[in-house]
Write a protein that binds this ligand. Structure first.
Ligand code: FES
Length: 119
């Protein structure tokens, strides 16, 4: 687990959504009405496009490219149930910061591993 600070808790309100940067990745934070803040990869799983223009009605995230809707509580596609869901990230609130675990960091390249032994 490697949590990164995404934004302060004041950056999002119940019923709201925001697209944030964490490292090189974009993170979509949504706070469904009556629910808990959720974090998703900031790209649509349908065609892997950024969700910059996505809309949120307090329950579902709408990707405007093909108008698919995703349940903000779990990321499931509600337009086509058999399709991929939004990719969820673990989220935690520490003090007044929202932190998201984007997964394991890519290991540093080690040229010694996997290379041929010296002649
Ligand atoms: S790219 Fe998002 S619904 Fe098609």
């Amino acid at each position: 687990m490697s949590f990164l600070v995404v934004c302060p808790t004041s950056a999002i309100a119940e019923g709201g959504m925001g697209l944030f940067k964490a490292g090189k990745k974009s993170v979509l934070l949504v706070w469904p009405r009556g629910g808990e803040i959720k974090a998703f990869r900031g790209r649509c799983p349908h065609a892997d496009v950024p969700l910059d223009e996505a809309c949120f009605d307090g329950e579902t995230v709408l990707c405007p490219v093909h108008n698919w809707r995703f349940d903000a509580a779990n990321g499931a596609c509600v337009t086509h149930a058999a399709q991929k869901a939004l990719h969820a990230y673990p989220l935690r609130v520490v003090g007044d910061a929202i932190e998201v675990d984007l997964g394991p960091a890519r290991p540093a390249r080690n040229p010694a591993i996997g290379s041929a032994p010296p002649a």
